[in-house]
Design a protein around this ligand. Sequence first.
Ligand code: ADP
Ligand code: MG
Length: 332
Amino acid sequence: MKRSILVTTISLLLTTCAPVWAQGQKHHKVVKLMGSRFEITAIHPDAQTAWNGINAGIAEITRIEMLISSWDPDSQTSDINKNAGIKPVKVDRELFDLIKRGMRISELTNGAFDMSYASMDRIWKFDGSMKELPKAKIVAKAASKIGYKNIILNEAEQTVFLKEKGMKIGFGAIGKGYAAQKAKEKMKMMGIAGGVVNAAGDLIAWGKDEGNKDFKVGIADPGQKDKVMSWLVVDNGAVVTSGDYERFAMFNGKRFAHIIDPRTGYPTTGIKSVTIICPNPELADALSTSVFVLGQSEGLQLINQLKGIECLIITDNNELITSDNLELKDSL
Ligand code: ADP
Ligand code: MG
């Protein structure tokens, strides 16, 4: 199925169409973590169990943030970056494995996803402060430091070495998805059989909602916030959206997203938002960023090759495009 509909813009929202008798089972909390708005929901008849689960999820996300933060000078990630071109850094197995999985995604996407995009952090600012394009020479110099093949992993020593001075890695495109997955695991261990972790649009749902049905994610038009354009039924899986409508830069009438094309060092253009639907939120997070970089046609081609992974793209022209097997429901 290929669809092409004109829409203004989309956002994701969760339904609240549960029967009244079940309301007492649903507990949720909104909290700022990893610089983003997290919404954590637990379905459980016992409020104490639900809150213990939610708090365990929050503790887990906080723990991961300390490991992967590039702005905390004391994190292991900062240590890796400080030692770029100098020496390998021994890290926790967890961080080592996350980087290893990230590099596999780099290979899968032909380098569109690249954690070493972060050498561009000093050049591009997406907070409205940039008034003109940086000089091509400066962009090229910083871009020459991007290259996941220069992230050297030593399995036996459990070390990470950024081969070149000036290299830097960042987990902006995979960290929220990873944290959501880990929070879900912790919550399940605490007896939460149904719940949702929504990390600013990176969402994982498991089990059943308060009405004992699958969770549904509505794709809404923020112009008419109460109106859902279509529905996605989420049966134990992730729905992850890249595309922060507030974070972009405009130069000469052209819109630059906050995602960097590692091949050029320039922000991507052409796509406003990408939603990936698949079982694993970490993979979904990384792939949503990758499709931005690959662009509409190459991005769709990649997703259509991957079994169990679907996507929905909104282009700069407000065109909505979906992968071959994505099922959207116009009504419930
Ligand atoms: P969102 O911010 O909407 O969650 P993403 O999940 O796509 O969107 O993450 C975007 C972030 O990923 C950027 O802010 C940056 O930190 C990082 N990033 C940018 N370009 C790349 C890239 N090519 N590969 C990996 N990470 C990237
Ligand atoms: Mg992402």
